[in-house]
Design a binder for this molecule. Structure first.
Ligand code: 3PG
Length: 307
């Protein structure tokens, strides 16, 4: 019997697991659940006799992929697949997929939620500010970026976007101002929301040269990946610009230092929370299960990312 492992260090909501189980069992497959596991060894052991794996930010590295002697497919229930060793998967003939768009509204709502929390002085009773009329720059206009634009427009924000992979027409038809260069986006906007993936081109690309050109007051929101930030430059921004704030759903490695010295200008979720809603878990988890069933039964490779 085909075995599908759900390996989630940060578990899906129970209602999503129920939905995943239904899809898997209706296909005549068996579901194996590994949640809240304490070490990578547990993942390596669990993958040994399964045909398919569903993960979130769990690390599907070479050791995991090599341990899966029957493994045929890994689906990242979510957008970013920087946690899968694609080279190792391809070398072993394992198909890797993601589930684009399925959790994007949840991430976008968190981005806006953190912005409101910050401009309202972390709800501490002091007078704050409003988002209406303020310039928001969306750095990468994919599924999450589009949702951020939609919600921000509801707040009455003045929304700009930069994305070299999306046409000017596609950005402008959403009532968003198209920006031709990343430098212009940062020069123009008081708020910048990051939605770039972590890859060899983007890692550490958010640096002092970009950030220091932001108008005052400046606020960077990161619901993407910690790796895209140059952390030494982030610290330099905090030191040089008293108006600079950083709101993050992905923990910087220098979090303790930032928290101690710049408490009023910094917020970081204790655990990545962007996609942590029942709705996003249901959407992404069930999409992942369906993709596995379609791949095993019909060889459907839609959403394959290691082509
Ligand atoms: C994604 O890439 O889909 C998001 O970062 C969500 O990640 P998570 O599933 O680990 O919460």
């Amino acid at each position: 019997m085909i075995k599908v492992l759900v390996a989630t260090d940060k578990p899906f909501a129970p209602v999503a697991v129920k939905g995943i189980r239904k899809v898997v069992e209706e296909a005549g497959f068996e579901l194996v659940l590994l949640e809240n596991y304490s070490s990578q060894d547990d993942f390596i052991k669990a993958v040994a006799d399964v045909d398919a794996v569903i993960i979130r930010s769990d690390k599907a590295d070479k050791t995991v992929i090599d341990a899966g002697s029957k493994l045929k497919i890994i689906v990242r229930a979510g957008a970013g697949y920087d946690n899968i060793d694609l080279q190792a998967a391809t070398a072993k003939g394992v198909v890797a997929m993601n589930t684009p768009g399925q959790n994007s509204n949840a991430v976008a709502e968190l981005a806006l939620g953190m912005m409101v929390y910050y401009v309202r002085s972390f709800f501490n009773g002091k007078s704050g500010a409003e988002l209406m009329g303020k310039k928001l720059g969306i750095h990468a206009y994919g599924y999450v970026g589009k949702n951020v634009a939609r919600i921000a427009k509801g707040f009455g924000m003045d929304v700009y976007a930069f994305d070299p992979y999306v046409s000017r027409q596609d950005i402008e038809k959403d009532g968003v101002k198209w920006v031709g260069t990343v430098e212009e986006l940062y020069r123009t906007c008081h708020f910048i929301s990051l939605h770039i993936p972590a890859n060899s081109q983007t890692k550490q690309s958010i640096n002092y040269a970009l950030l220091s050109n932001m108008p005052s007051p400046a606020c960077l929101i990161n619901t993407a990946r910690a790796e895209v930030i140059n952390e030494a430059d982030l610290l330099k921004m905090f030191n040089d610009r008293k108006d600079f704030a950083y709101l993050s759903d992905v923990e910087p490695s220098n979090k303790a230092e930032i928290e101690t010295n710049f408490k009023a200008k910094f917020f970081c979720t204790p655990k990545k929370m962007g996609a942590q809603t029942e709705e996003a878990n249901i959407n992404a988890g069930i999409a992942a299960a369906r993709q596995i069933v379609k791949f095993i039964n019909n060889g459907d490779r839609t959403y394959q990312v290691n082509k």
